[in-house]
Design a protein around this ligand. Structure first.
Ligand SMILES: Nc1ccn([C@@H]2O[C@H](COP(=O)(O)OP(=O)(O)OP(=O)(O)O)[C@@H](O)[C@H]2O)c(=O)n1
Ligand SMILES: C[C@](O)(CO)[C@H](O)COP(=O)(O)O
Length: 274
């Protein structure tokens, strides 16, 4: 391991799971982060993805008053050992990220800590996306998981009461933003400080805060996937159930394989002793 790689092992790697949304497009009376798919609440899938990654050292969960009690109960029941704190978010997604950054600053997190900000409602994030994000921050100060668009995207403008096409970017340069979106702490903190001065700024993701306020900082693309679905409306639930079933089946097979390997290794060790 090089010295740089060795140093990178010891900086905190913090997963921030944003679960403070109100789900207005889903059902505001049924918070989507608490809905179960594959018999597991969506927020638990997301926390577990970071809990499972050995390189993640700490997890911060951001909630609103409506879901706090249930999220705390689920965390205690599952015994997620890396969850350090559950904090209150804000009115918009950026306010929830800002609350997490303020908390991390108050806790004295180092400037070079790696911060992975994830939508709680993207429950099926792959380990490769989390690992890829952590790796990307060795070369870049900012990175986002994204999935190459298979459709040609249209940028529009308003013409009277109709939208009309303003430009058509080359498809190979268009990606769908996903999460985690990852940053060295000092970078995202500075971008948010600059954005705070602009009351009309309402970005829907953290990448845009860096792109708009720190345009000299390149944001690296990390490979995402179709299954890193954001549960946005009720129509996403059947798709999520199918993905959950596939993943559960795959995990069960992997566990069975691991058990079999352990059994053979034990038997071989015994034969060796005779
Ligand atoms: N004030 C907010 C708003 C959103 N989020 C989180 O950011 C992610 C973004 O997903 P989105 O579908 O936009 O969630 P909601 O804001 O809940 O949905 P809607 O826009 O339909 O109200 C979700 O995990 C959500 O919980 C948050 O932590 N705080
Ligand atoms: C961050 C994000 O998941 C990237 O795709 C997304 O922008 C958040 O929510 P929204 O549905 O775009 O408001």
């Amino acid at each position: 391991m090089t010295e740089r790689e060795n140093m990178n092992q010891i900086v905190p790697v913090v997963g921030v799971v944003l679960a403070a949304g109100f789900g207005t497009r889903f059902d505001p009376d049924n918070p989507k982060q608490l809905v179960s798919v594959g018999d597991k609440p969506i927020v638990c899938w997301s926390i577990e993805a970071f809990e499972r990654c050995e390189r993640v050292s700490d997890i911060v969960v951001v909630v609103n008053a409506k879901v706090r009690g249930e999220v705390e109960r689920l965390i205690a029941e599952a015994g997620y050992g890396k969850v350090r704190v559950v904090i209150d978010g804000g009115a918009e997604r950026v306010d929830s990220t800002a609350a997490a950054l303020d908390m991390l600053a108050a806790a004295g997190i180092p400037d070079d800590a790696k911060i992975l900000i994830h939508d709680a409602v993207r429950p099926f994030v792959a380990q490769s996306a989390i690992d890829g994000s952590i790796d990307a921050l060795d070369e870049y100060d900012a990175a986002t998981v994204a999935f190459a668009s298979t459709d040609t995207m249209l940028l529009t403008r308003d013409l009277g009461d109709r939208k009309v096409v303003a430009s058509v970017p080359d498809r190979p340069n268009t990606f769908r933003a996903q999460t985690p979106q990852s940053f060295r702490f000092a970078t995202i903190r500075r971008a948010y400080e600059l954005a705070a001065a602009d009351p009309d700024f309402h970005p829907t993701d953290d990448t845009r805060v860096v792109v708009d306020y720190m345009p000299d900082v390149p944001v690296a693309i990390v490979a995402g996937s179709e299954t890193n679905l954001k549960i946005t409306t009720l129509a996403d639930i059947p798709v999520a159930e199918r993905i959950a079933a596939d993943l559960t089946h795959h995990m069960t097979r992997e566990e069975a394989k691991a058990r079999m390997h352990a059994m053979f290794a034990g038997a071989a060790a015994q034969m060796h002793r005779r």
